[in-house]
Write a protein that binds this ligand. Structure first.
Ligand code: FAD
Ligand code: UDP
Length: 385
């Protein structure tokens, strides 16, 4: 009998498997319907010996020392700060928009103060910031919005930025300095030997069994377990009883070129040309040396693996109905990007699962004495589960 069946071997599931096994002393079975662990962060060496990310580029960054230290138990880190250029008006300019972006694009030589006034003079005044369009035009005005955001967002989401929550475009800041890093988090690093290796280390505990190529619905009646942690799409769990939650998918096209480098930086975004949104060259991310180089082109699409929840009000409403069902489902915990329908980065998913682990631990230590809830933290004083 397993104490826990964990559905999904991505970050959400692997963190809980590791914690429950090594700190909770639980017997865990973690499964995935894919033929590998690591979820969307799965990486592997292609036939040319280059480490690539099967489900698109994954760059680790966090402000949480807890998350960084926790994962650091399972990998050595390689410091890496991601930089992105956007192809706009025939030029390659930094995105997020910064002082250099404006100066290069408009042939100016503004200082930080001057760029503030420049942007202020173009920004549209909005009484409420509701959509992704609002976020951008209220900061940088319509011209820059159209150059950098309008086309990219339409390709990525197949909808206008005015139809998407503000939180989507708010991921991309605007800077009046020359900082051209994509992220400014305190910790920015890649697992030295890749994500898959790190997951192998996380799941190596003797109390953890791993099974791939299996959908939980095929085995849940056959394998005995006490509780479940579910990290797949929440609507699938409930047989789409309220209808499908929209997710956006991507087709990844990989190419290997007989040249040492293909492009000037890790990622180049193409807001206005081509059907793909961006090209990422893996060697920048991994630091690998090779005479050849591999890149991935991202073509967003509606059908396919569910990669992105679509943040907009009606989807949040629909999710709430599933969330209510999830809350009522005894002995099943829902966590992760798909099961909680949140546009989360890796570190947020890790933090969410670490928090859930603490909650599970505290629940199993909750004890009722004459109807009064008391916390007996020392294992052995109260029976588990
Ligand atoms: P997943 O990794 O999706 O894992 C869920 C797993 O559950 C999957 O492996 C799936 O096969 C399995 N599963 C689902 N249903 C079932 C079932 N019925 N039975 C069995 N198994 C099932 N984050 C960053 O921090 N930095 C980045 O640079 C970054 N880049 C990204 C780029 C792309 C293109 C995408 C799509 C995401 C990116 N992310 C990035 C986000 C990151 O991928 C997620 O935050 C993280 O991987 C989510 O982990 P998870 O465990 O919740 O979900
Ligand atoms: N975005 C854009 N132009 C860019 C970069 C981002 O319009 O050059 C918008 C777009 O809507 C995108 C969102 O900002 O989906 C979030 O971008 P991010 O790079 O964080 O996306 P992710 O890496 O999660 O795909």
């Amino acid at each position: 009998m397993f104490d826990y069946l964990i559905v999904g071997a991505g970050f959400a599931g692997a963190v809980l498997a590791e914690r429950l096994a090594s700190k909770g002393g639980k017997k865990v079975l973690i499964i995935d319907k894919r033929n590998h662990i690591g979820g969307n962060t799965f990486d592997y060496y292609n036939p040319d010996g280059i480490l690539i990310h099967k489900y698109g580029p994954h760059i680790f960054h966090t402000n949480s020392q807890d998350v960084f230290d926790y994962l650091g138990q399972f990998t050595t880190w390689r410091p890496y700060e991601h930089r992105v250029l956007a192809s706009v008006d025939g030029m390659m300019v930094p995105i997020p928009i910064n002082l250099n972006t404006i100066n290069k694009l408009y042939g100016l030589n503004l200082s930080s103060d001057e760029v503030d006034s420049f942007l202020k003079s173009r920004a549209e005044v909005k009484s409420r910031i509701v959509t992704s369009e609002d976020v951008v035009v209220s900061k940088v005005g319509r011209d820059l919005y159209e150059k950098f955001f309008k086309g990219y967002t339409k390709k990525q989401w197949d909808m206008d930025a005015s139809e998407l929550d503000a939180s989507v475009a708010a991921r991309i800041p605007t800077r009046n300095n020359r900082d051209d890093r994509y992220f400014t988090d305190t910790y920015q690093a890649m697992p030295l030997h890749g994500y898959t290796k790190m997951f192998e280390n996380m799941l190596g505990h003797p109390n953890i069994k791993v099974m791939t190529n299996v959908d939980y619905k095929e085995i849940e009646d056959e394998i005995p377990f006490k509780k479940m942690i579910y990290t797949g799409p929440v609507d699938y769990y409930f047989d789409y009883c309220y209808g499908k939650l929209p997710y956006r998918s991507i087709e990844f096209k990989f190419e290997t070129y007989e040249t040492e480098t293909f492009q000037p930086t890790g990622t180049v975004n193409y807001p206005n040309e081509h059907p793909f949104t961006r090209i990422t060259e893996f060697k920048y991310l991994t630091g690998q040396k090779n005479a050849k180089t591999s890149v991935v082109y991202e073509y967003p699409k509606a059908e396919g693996d569910p990669y992105y929840p679509v943040p907009r009000p009606e989807n949040a409403e629909l999710y709430k109905k599933y969330q209510a069902l999830a809350n009522e489902t005894r002995n099943v915990y829902f966590t992760g990007r798909l099961a909680t329908y949140k546009y989360y980065n890796m570190d947020q998913v890790v933090a969410q699962s670490l928090t859930l682990f603490k909650k599970i631990l505290s629940q199993q230590n909750d004890h009722y004495v004459n109807g009064q809830k008391s916390q007996l933290i020392q294992a052995g004083i109260v029976g588990r589960d």
